[in-house]
Design a protein around this ligand. Sequence first.
Ligand SMILES: [Zn+2]
Length: 150
Amino acid sequence: MSEADKTLQSLFKLADKVGKRRYSRLTLQDFQEYRKFDVWRYINGKSECGITEESREWVRDNSESHCPICGERFSRHHKKTIDHKLPRAQYPWLSLDFRNLWVICYQCNQEKGERHWYEYEHYIFNQYPDRYEDIRFARPRQLLRSLKAE
Ligand SMILES: [Zn+2]
């Protein structure tokens, strides 16, 4: 079975497994396995958002016509990208947690970078106060609570 054929269910299972062990306890083997599944959400930055049919479908089902941050209509100039609300560099086990994903435009994704969510809210509050309410609404509350519980 090719990676692209893996079902979403198996992705969830792996994400759970990785999540339970947490980053610091992952073995190299775990990490390689985890990276294999990363193809699901890969962004090639050129013409299409995902490289697998499943991820494209997910993007279609989980995006509006406009970017939820800047409000620009998605287009060739404002391409759709899948962003991790909590950056995967800091929370790799949330990389495949769908509660952590949202579709935003390429420009907003670049600008958001690897900021932690609260840092990002703070940034928006200072730079684009008129966008703040929307960003606060998009806050991944459940995930942030789950971090505190550790
Ligand atoms: Zn945008």
